[in-house]
Design a protein around this ligand. Sequence first.
Ligand SMILES: NC(=O)C1=CN([C@@H]2O[C@H](COP(=O)(O)OP(=O)(O)OC[C@H]3O[C@@H](n4cnc5c(N)ncnc54)[C@H](O)[C@@H]3O)[C@@H](O)[C@H]2O)C=CC1
Ligand SMILES: O=C(O)C(=O)COP(=O)(O)O
Length: 392
Amino acid sequence: MYSIQAFNAIADAGLKLIEEDLDFVLNSETQEPDGYIARSFNFHNYAIGEQVKGIARAGAGVNNIPVEHCTERGIVVFNTPGANANAVKELVLTCIMASSRNLFDAVKWTAEIEDRGKEIPELVEKGKKQFVGTEIKGKRLGVIGVGAIGVLVANDALELGMEVVAFDPFISVETAWRLSQNVRRAITLEEIFSTCDYITMHVPLNDKTKGLLNENAFKQMKDGIRILNFSRGELVDEQALKLAIEEGIVENYITDFPNENILGTNKVIGVPHLGASTKESEENCAVMAARQLKHYLKTGNIKHSVNLPDVEIPFSGKRRLAVMHKNIPGMVGRMTGILAKFEMNIADMINRSKDAWAYTIIDIDNEIDETTEQNIKNSVNEIQGTVSVRLL
Ligand SMILES: NC(=O)C1=CN([C@@H]2O[C@H](COP(=O)(O)OP(=O)(O)OC[C@H]3O[C@@H](n4cnc5c(N)ncnc54)[C@H](O)[C@@H]3O)[C@@H](O)[C@H]2O)C=CC1
Ligand SMILES: O=C(O)C(=O)COP(=O)(O)O
C-alpha cells in the first residue's frame, strides 16, 4: 500500500481518488509518505521524507518546490498543466475591466458612505465623477508568456475588442495552434513595453524571468499603463515599480501576490492569490494531480512531470524495473547486463530523457524472490548516475 500526504486545501474530488483506492492511504499517521500532493505549500524549507518518490503540485507553478534537489534525490515532480488556466484567465479579464473602470476604489468609496442614510443617493451622484474610467475596446494589451493561461487571455481579450500583442520566444507548437491569428507577435519585449496600454504576465518564475519588469522596462512604458501580475510577485522589481508609480508611468499594478513592500502603496491593487481559486479549477487540479501521482507510484509511468520526460508503456511483464538516472551513455546497457546476470528475461523496455536526466522502464518476464529483488536493486543502485530504483 502506498501512502500519500496532502498539503493545503486539496479539493475533495482529488482526495477521494486516493482515499477510495485500496492500494493507497491518505495522511497515514503510521506509514511514511511515498508521495505528496500539494498546492502552494513551500517545500524549500521542509524536510522531504526519505520514502518520498513523487510530489504532485495541484497547479501550475512549481517554484514552491526545490525541483533540482528533488531530481537529485530521485523524486519525480508533477504539475497539472492547464487545469487552472481558465480560472486565472477569467480573473485577469475581470481585473483588466474592473481597474479600467476604477471599480476597486469606487466600491471602497461607496462602502465608506454606508452610514449616511438618506443622503446616499445624492452623495453617489456627486461622487461618481471621481471614478470616471476608460474602456478597454481598442486599447492594446501585451501578453508576456503565451502558455495555457496566456493563450486564453490573448484570444478572449481580442473578443472584447482589444488589440493584442504577445511575446513568447518558447511558445509550444500546441499553443501556437490555439492562438488566434489576430494576435500580433512581438519579437522583443521592448515592443510590448513601449506600445501597450496594459501588460499581463503569464510566465513561470525562474532565473530568467525574475525581475522581468525592472527599472529599464518601466522607463520604456507609456504613461498610464496598467500592469497585471497573476504569475509570481518576484517577476517585478518592486522598488522600480514604486518609482514608476510615483513618476506617473504606472496607473495600476494589480497583483495576486501582495506583500509588505507594496501593499498600501498608492495604485497597487492586491488580490489574495485567488487566480486558481474556483471550485472548478481546484477540482481539475486536485483530480489531475492525484491521478498522476497514483499512476506513477503504482505503475512507474510518468505523465506531466516537470523534471522528467513523459514515459508510458503498458505493464507487459511480471515485474517492472523503473530507474531514474543521469542522461549519460551506457546506462541502459549496464541495467540490462545486471538483469542478464540474474537470468531475467526482458519483456519490454523504454528509455526517455529530458535535459540532463533520463528514466528507464524495463518489464521483466520472471517472478522475482525477495533476495533477488534486493540484489538487483542494489546492483542497479551502484551504477554511477542512478538516483532511484524501484522494482514494482
Ligand atoms: N495566480 C494563480 O493562482 C496562478 C498563477 N500561475 C502562474 O502562471 C504561470 C504560467 O502558468 P501557465 O500558463 O499555466 O504555464 P505554461 O507553462 O502553460 O505557460 C508558460 C509560458 O511562458 C513562456 N515563457 C517561459 N519563459 C518565458 C520568457 N522568459 N519570456 C516569455 N515567455 C516565457 C513559456 O514558453 C510558456 O508558453 C505559472 O508558472 C504560475 O507561476 C498559474 C496558475 C495559477
Ligand atoms: O497553479 C499555480 O501556479 C498557482 O499559483 C495556484 O496556486 P494555489 O493552488 O491556488 O495555491
